[in-house]
Design a binder for this molecule. Structure first.
Ligand SMILES: NC(=O)c1ccc[n+]([C@@H]2O[C@H](COP(=O)([O-])OP(=O)(O)OC[C@H]3O[C@@H](n4cnc5c(N)ncnc54)[C@H](OP(=O)(O)O)[C@@H]3O)[C@@H](O)[C@H]2O)c1
Length: 305
């Protein structure tokens, strides 16, 4: 089968190449999915699981991309809950070959049915941003209706999902980002916007929950904004500063069928919008994932037309 592979950690996305790879075999409780659309997150190439397996052994050349939408083509021994021919979407294991490929083997529990009225391209754009937002707010963030939430990168992949989910759930939302993201963030539902290059972050006052996707200095300064009993949730690595009288949690997103179903339902009824910036074929994936200019929105690789 055709797939995108990476061999050199220092090369970044420029090291991606289109290659012929063996077809994956399903292990116990796996399905093999014929990939229709694949999502790739730039940060993956810095994550250890792209380069080594769970025992720390080199697993290059590895196939990146961990979001998928496609059709189940084969079941592994003991697999229950999904059937051959079923439309699915989900998030694959960080330490196994991924979804920038014609086929991928994945544990069935990491997938959910993809409703027939959600396009494969949309399905592949949802798992990482949708699950990360859901888990940061409702699993790790102790979010409650009425909380004031500071969302960094509010118009970005994860931030746009946080904004929409938190607004629906009754948050007062303060979004941040670049000046050019102001209108997009307001359209997604933030009540206030902080341009991180020109406004003063500290002017927002106290918040109950910070959802940080940026880290570094922005993350550290945000810790100081958390009210007593509040929470700093970050996906940008261990926080360099913690709230004086609150909690800090950094986490890595996991797949979850129930949460994927919740996200799909919100896409179907219009409560969640996705931002897909470009769509390219697998043959054109290396160029599409190494853009020469900024793409506003997620790049999806449409593996099957
Ligand atoms: N731990 C996890 O489980 C997990 C899960 C998903 C993602 N992540 C990581 O989380 C990060 C965000 O992911 P994403 O998909 O949401 O990325 P994204 O789509 O690029 O969104 C990030 C947003 O924040 C803005 N931003 C970043 N730095 C900024 C700064 N210094 N000042 C103002 N705005 C800034 C970006 O604007 P520009 O594009 O203009 O920079 C963009 O709008 C990535 O590093 C990703 O690898 C972690």
């Amino acid at each position: 089968m055709k797939a995108i592979v990476v061999r050199d950690e220092t090369a970044g996305t420029a090291g991606m190449e289109l290659a012929e790879c063996p077809q994956p075999e399903p292990a116990g409780n796996d399905v093999v999915v014929q990939v229709h659309a694949s999502g790739f997150t730039r940060g993956e190439l810095t994550w250890p699981g792209t380069w080594t397996d769970r025992l720390g052994r080199d697993r290059t050349p590895s196939i990146p991309g961990h979001e998928l939408a496609g059709v189940v083509s084969e079941l592994g021994y003991g697999t229950r809950g999904l059937s051959v021919g079923q439309r699915v979407f989900g998030l694959t294991d960080w330490t196994r070959d991924g979804t920038l490929a014609e086929y991928v083997a994945v544990e069935a529990r990491n997938l959910a049915p993809l409703p027939g009225d959600i396009d494969f391209t949309v399905g592949a754009s949802l798992p990482i941003s949708g699950l990360t937002a859901w888990q940061g707010l409702f699993v790790h963030g102790r979010f409650e209706a009425g909380h004031t939430v500071l969302v960094h990168g509010a118009a970005g992949g994860v931030g746009s999902m946080v904004t929409q989910l938190a607004r629906e759930a009754g948050a007062y939302l303060i979004g941040t980002g670049r000046a050019t993201d102001r209108q997009a963030a307001l359209d997604l539902g933030v009540q206030e916007f902080v341009d991180l290059d020109n406004d003063t972050l500290e002017d927002v006052g106290g918040v109950d929950l910070v959802f940080d996707v940026i880290g570094g200095d922005i993350g550290s300064r945000s810790a100081g904004l958390v009210r007593a009993g509040g929470m700093l949730v970050t996906i940008a690595g261990p926080p360099e500063a913690r709230p004086a009288d609150g909690l800090a949690v950094d986490f890595v997103v996991e797949s979850d069928r129930t949460q994927l179903n919740e996200i799909a339902q919100r896409v179907r009824d219009g409560r969640l919008r996705v931002n897909i910036g470009s769509v390219a074929s697998l043959d054109d994936a290396v160029a599409a994932l190494n853009p020469t200019e900024r793409i506003d929105g997620k790049t999806i690789i449409r593996v099957r037309p």
